[in-house]
Ligand binder design. Sequence first.
Ligand SMILES: [Cu+2]
Length: 318
Amino acid sequence: MRTVTRLAGFAVGLAAIFGATYTVGRVADRTPVVEDRHDGDAVHTTEERGEPADRIPGGLLVSDRGYTLDPVAAPADQFAFRITGPDGQPVTRYDVAHDKRMHLIVARRDLSGFRHVHPDLAADGTWRVGTPLAGPGQWRAFADFTPTGGEPLTLGVDVTVPGALTERQLPAPATSTTVDGYTVTLAGAPQPGRTSPLTLTVSRDGRPVTDLEPYLGAYGHLVALRRGDLAYLHVHPDGTPGDGRTQPGPAVTFLADVPSTGSYRLYLDFRHGGAVHTAEFTVVTGTPPADAPTAGSNPSGPAPSGGADHGTPGHGHN
Ligand SMILES: [Cu+2]
């Protein structure tokens, strides 16, 4: 809903600059409007400040709105980085969002190896955490944070861990998966261009789990990554513990805004029995639900390039 509002505001901003016909045509065609920095500067002179960057999904940029993600040297068992701010200095003040000042998410470019961890901040602005990079490969690291006085940002950077890698095929779409003895089912199909509810339901040994434990201020935390460029999507929980309507399972509902058709990998973190578990799903948008018959076809669609895992972020379609 917020996205729709923002898009509308952005269209007004564009219309002021380029004329309404052009804007409406672009929007009607659903052609991605990816602004370069010069256009962005122009828009920044209006009240639509910051809107162009919001059209680009999170995590595709290593530097945005003056903030830059800088990995720093660290022992092999650690991952460390700084965020430098518009003044070029490491940022040391952050707002808490989803219970933490910094969320670090990593995944290999083949969408395997997902981890979501919370580094510790040193006084000099360096974030450190026991490395979540589990083995060789091309990794993408996402820093999801809100600098105090700024807007929420997700910056991404490539990190290579040397060694022999066996690339994993993206698992086929499914509406049920198991993790750590839990079965998690997925209902709902994200539709590009609209806010779509996704409901995940947790059971164990055939019985619904009705005592999920809050994790990051919710009964679940859902991250979605787009196949091909690892665009990072915020998927917001619908309801929070203690709001009088949100139950601690077995169902947890999220509101997803996917930016395009395509394949996405969903990662649901939930807490139960004192531990965090991560259930993963492949979802293809713009197609029938994954439980429709798919025999004889490749439900995840063709992958003609085969090179999606080796591209340079941000160079996908411009
Ligand atoms: Cu987090």
